[in-house]
Design a protein around this ligand. Structure first.
Ligand code: FES
Ligand code: MG
Length: 585
């Protein structure tokens, strides 16, 4: 019954009894509420408009963020849904982060966005929130912030961009960006053609059209139960996407009334489902770091070794670039996440609750049996027989490292070779293309100081093939670093080496000429140098950790954790008392 006295924050007639979000404290609660009401009335609201659940809507639109270029239409549709369901929509700005316009890199800003999101959800009166995110770091930041703030929340994805067409060939950001730039560097195409394709790679607003980090996090958000069913896949400019937005607004009012808080959704089972999905979509390696950070906000620890075991019986089913051939809009036409989840059913916790108030299994049943399509494979005929991501251990990575095996070269996955070491990004930039670089295709490139403290973990783990090798036709070489790589990249690339070199992890003491052994089959990453020698090197040239004198960078360097803890800030994570995920089988 909507006529009874409301329990919402803007209306002064209610909510004086132990409300969760305290009013601005002038020492007189009645006066505080009176002031709040006076100011909101300055925007032209009547008492009737204020006497209903208040739904916050995060506006992450920005001229710097074409991935969120549909934010105005989404907000309008969310508001419509909120009003239809009897709520009061209140949109407000937060930080927006775009991959290409974030210096030094977007990962540096992810935790800042999570803090901004968390504090604005806390500070402003709202009974539930719709989080509008899309570009790589935004959805993780919002889920981290909302998890900490604790109120009912729905994640709304901005949606993928459309694909373009270049001289008859279908193209999309950004696996094809890399491919065309490679052709241009190799003189296979001219300046006119590279300018032409530049107009086609990003054919509309929306997020990257392949299974990069944005698409990965969209699928993970749906697998977690945080979106409306089918919320991951509709492209940004479609009517389907706008309808998802309208439904998200409606749903936010429902969960506000039911007080379906985020802790009821982000459970151990939900995180396990999300891990299955990450493995089965051939998702971005960044997905692990983000999922670890989100789970960390709920007091869970991600067990990388158990995740690896989970990967051994989770096939890659989704045929999207860079592991496969298609684009996000094809996934949407193939039925989106429902098609994938139906195929994964035996591996999922179907009793995990979603924001609809129904379980994942109930939502899947409601969507019917599916239809013939060519984008999601069956378990009997997978793209890759195991999960896309494997976890490596060894004296070079005592805290673990990962490799995206579905995008690696099978010939290099069992290999021993000589290390060719670059001390940092600048050293690599200076020497990688030199004609006198001492390197062969059998060597292993090692890049130091691109971990969380070293350089805020840029996507520089995808080192270029040294020019002399590229000219000789070499397409892949083993690369090892403490950094990340873009979800749109491919190659035999070991990432997230933990602990990182900048804090004195073993990686810091690798020298050119050392031998390194990689065995993906045995999940092994070994530096063939004994502990005494490594100790001697550490004593001769101890690592000095990077510091900063002021500002956010100082906070970042003081507080950022290692990749296996999600590279979150230590002071934002509650004690990890909720247990480890996945539960071992
Ligand atoms: Fe925004 Fe790729 S740049 S999703
Ligand atoms: Mg990316």
């Amino acid at each position: 019954n909507q006529d009874k006295p409301s329990n919402h924050n803007i209306n002064p007639s209610a909510n004086l009894d132990g409300m969760s979000k305290g009013l601005t404290n002038y020492g007189d609660r009645g006066f505080s509420l009176f002031l709040r009401k006076a100011f909101i009335k300055g925007a032209g609201y009547t008492d009737k408009a204020l006497d209903r659940p208040v739904i916050g809507i995060t506006n992450t639109g920005s001229s710097y963020n074409p991935c969120h270029g549909n934010a105005p239409q989404l907000i309008e549709a969310v508001k419509r849904g909120v009003l239809m369901a009897g709520g009061l929509p209140m949109d407000f700005p937060t930080i927006s982060i775009h991959e290409s316009f974030s210096s030094p890199n977007s990962m540096f800003l992810r935790n800042l966005m999570s803090m901004d999101t968390e504090e604005l959800l806390r500070a402003q009166p709202m009974d539930a929130v719709v989080l509008i995110g899309g570009c790589d770091k935004t959805v993780p930041a919002q889920l981290m912030g909302a998890a900490s703030a604790g109120l009912p929340a729905v994640q709304l994805i901005t949606g993928s961009m459309l694909t373009g067409s270049h001289r008859g060939e279908r193209v999309g950001a950004c696996t094809d960006c890399r491919r065309y730039w490679g052709k241009f560097r190799a003189d296979e195409i001219d300046a006119e053609e590279i300018a032409d394709v530049n107009n086609q790679l990003v054919a509309s607003v929306g997020t990257c059209s392949v299974m990069g980090t944005a698409s990965t996090m969209a699928c993970i958000a749906e697998a977690l139960g945080m979106t409306v069913p089918g919320g991951a896949s509709p492209p940004a400019v479609t009517a389907d996407r706008i309808r998802v937005a309208e439904r998200s607004g409606e749903l936010a009012v429902e969960i506000a009334r039911k007080q379906l808080t985020i802790d009821k959704i982000l459970t151990a089972k939900a995180f396990e489902n999300a891990m299955r999905v990450l493995l089965a979509i051939g998702g971005s390696t960044n997905g692990i770091v983000h999922l670890t950070a989100i789970a960390g906000r709920m007091g869970f620890e991600i067990d990388l070794d158990a995740l690896d075991r989970m990967g051994r019986d989770t096939p890659v089913l989704l045929d999207l670039k860079p592991s496969g051939d298609h684009y996000m809009e094809d996934f949407h036409h193939a039925g989106g996440m429902a098609t994938l989840l139906r195929e994964l059913k035996p591996l999922l916790h179907l009793d995990a609750l979603t924001v609809t108030g129904r379980t994942l299994g109930e939502e899947l049943d409601a969507q019917g049996p599916g239809f013939e399509q060519h984008v999601v494979r069956t378990s009997a005929n997978p793209i890759y027989p195991q999960g896309g991501i494997a976890v490596l251990r060894g004296n070079l990575a005592p805290g673990g490292a990962i490799i995206k095996q579905s995008a690696a070269n099978p010939k290099l996955m069992e290999h021993e070779g000589r290390a060719v070491v670059f001390e940092n990004l600048e050293d690599m930039a200076n020497r990688i293309d030199a004609d006198d670089l001492d390197v062969t295709a059998d060597d292993i490139l090692v890049l130091k100081n691109i971990g969380p403290k070293g350089a805020a973990m840029p996507e520089a783990g995808y080192m270029p093939i040294p020019r002399k090798l590229a000219r000789a036709g070499v397409k892949d070489i083993i690369r090892i670093s403490d950094g990340r790589m873009s979800g749109t990249a491919f190659g035999t690339i070991v990432l997230h080496v933990t602990p990182e070199s900048a804090i004195g992890g073993p990686l810091a003491y690798v020298q050119s000429g050392d031998r390194i052994k990689l065995s993906v089959a045995n999940r092994e990453l070994t530096l063939l140098v004994n502990a005494e020698e490594l100790g001697r090197r550490a004593q001769a040239k101890p690592v000095v950790e990077p510091t900063a004198t002021r500002g956010y960078r100082k906070l970042f360097l003081q507080s950022v954790t290692q990749a296996d803890k999600g590279a979150d800030f230590d002071f934002l994570m509650p004690p990890a008392t909720a247990g480890s995920i996945p539960k071992d089988k």
